[in-house]
Design a binder for this molecule. Structure first.
Ligand code: NAD
Ligand code: DAU
Length: 364
């Protein structure tokens, strides 16, 4: 355990009239860091505690903008460790649970850590949330729990009533965590909400996922590895739209409910590659067909009518606009992705974590 305390860690708790405090798990990852930046910008009075283990997917550089904000506290630790979780969650009003192993290909080669983090980690968080009487536990989940849709029936989409049918170790572990979250509501009355979202993309996306991988490879004139025939479809959502949806659900979502969040932007692998090559003015010859993913889910798509009708959310960034923004972000942030390629970001993570810790120790 490695708790990094700053001055605000001693502020009075949720029961007083003080600002809302939110525990964000996995806040150094792609969506979690975008969510923290969104929340700290929109709600300057809120306090954010970021509990993150800093696995290969965690990157403190994503949070440079807020790292010295007194309303932000970073806790380096594992969601599977009950003591760490309790110390981080103490005094929080809400939990927004993002921490997970998130990459399908890694779950195929090494499923064990997916079960540990995504299932056991969620159970530990739920137990502590129950004990500390957290006002709202929001669980960030995925459309992959519903399985795969047929390619030849574009009218069929997933929604909140779709039965679970996960097909990869990743989606099976996320499905298990969703079931646990719902079980804690039904059994113990823990005030939970769940969101099942489609594929996100945007700034700070780790370049193992298809969009950032293709963009960075295109910048470097390297092949874009397209799985199979490139026909598998995903419903892409710009990450800030996902953050807005979670913000709304946290504040206005009905306890015990699930909300499906989608981008209305179904694209297959070839569409993604073509869009990137066109915007970047790179040759078609970079497209390279490689062996397909084992058990590749051929289509995901979400019907988001419930969150639109009940909470007024809908995607605001089109795929074309989002891809231009994303490519521009990677163009202007080359040091960010070069540090990942060189693995220097891991040293920076350690230095930032240690730096924050010694700065704090000297205040105590
Ligand atoms: P990510 O892999 O970029 O980030 C995961 C973060 O969790 C990292 O910072 C990592 O260090 C941290 N983490 C991992 N194991 C941990 C542990 N044991 N304890 C504490 N922290 C740990 O993931 P992401 O793409 O930002 O996804 C965030 C969440 O959203 C996940 O739950 C994922 O299932 C879900 N989701 C992702 C997408 C998507 O398209 N990326 C879509 C829908 C839902
Ligand atoms: O649907 C939501 C999910 O989206 C999230 O729950 C996951 O955490 C997230 O990783 C993402 O899963 P996918 O497997 O859909 O994303 P990925 O970027 O890995 O792959 C998207 C599509 O692109 C998929 O059809 C496989 C294909 N692909 C992927 C990679 C990495 C390629 O063709 N080439 C590649 O190199």
């Amino acid at each position: 355990m490695n708790i990094l305390q700053t001055a605000n860690s001693k502020l009075p708790t949720a029961n007083s009239k003080l600002p809302t405090r939110i525990l964000v798990t996995g806040g150094a990852g792609f969506i979690g860091s975008n969510f923290i930046l969104h929340m700290m910008d929109k709600y300057p009075d809120y306090e954010i505690v970021n509990l993150d283990k800093l696995t290969y997917a965690g990157n403190l550089a994503n949070l440079k903008e807020v790292e010295n904000n007194p309303k932000y506290r970073f806790v380096a630790g594992d969601i599977c460790d009950e003591k760490t979780v309790r110390e981080a969650m103490e005094g929080c009003d809400f939990v927004a649970h993002f921490a997970a192993e998130s990459h399908v290909d890694r779950s195929i080669t090494g499923p064990a850590i997916f079960v540990k983090t995504n299932v056991i980690g969620t159970q530990v968080l739920l137990d502590v949330a129950r004990d500390l009487k957290i006002k709202r536990f929001h669980h960030v989940s995925t459309d992959e729990v519903f399985g795969a849709l047929p390619l030849d029936r574009p009218e069929v989409k997933f929604d909140e009533l779709t039965p679970y049918s996960p097909r990869s170790p990743y989606s099976a572990s996320k499905a298990s965590s969703d079931h646990l979250v719902r079980a804690y509501f039904e059994t113990y009355g823990l005030p939970i909400t769940i969101s099942n979202c489609t594929n996100n993309y945007g700034p700070f996306h780790f370049p193992e996922k298809v969009i950032p991988l293709f963009i960075i490879n295109a910048f470097r004139d390297l092949p874009l590895p397209i799985y199979g025939a490139g026909k598998a479809v995903r419903d892409y959502l710009f990450v800030t739209d996902h953050c807005l949806a979670i913000d709304l659900i946290l504040h206005k979502g009905k306890v015990g409910e699930t909300y499906c969040v989608g981008g209305d932007s179904e694209k297959n692998g070839l569409d993604v590659a073509d869009t990137i090559l066109k915007i970047m003015d790179k040759p078609q010859s970079l497209k390279t067909f490689v062996e397909d993913r084992k058990g590749h889910d051929m289509r995901y798509a979400i019907d988001h009518a419930k969150i639109t009708n009940e909470l007024g959310w809908k995607p605001t960034v089109s795929f074309e606009e989002g891809m231009i923004k994303t490519i521009n972000w990677y163009r202007h942030n080359e040091p960010w992705w070069q540090a990942i390629i060189s693995k220097e970001y891991l040293d920076t993570n350690r230095a930032k974590a240690n730096g924050q810790q010694s700065a704090v120790s000297s205040q105590q």
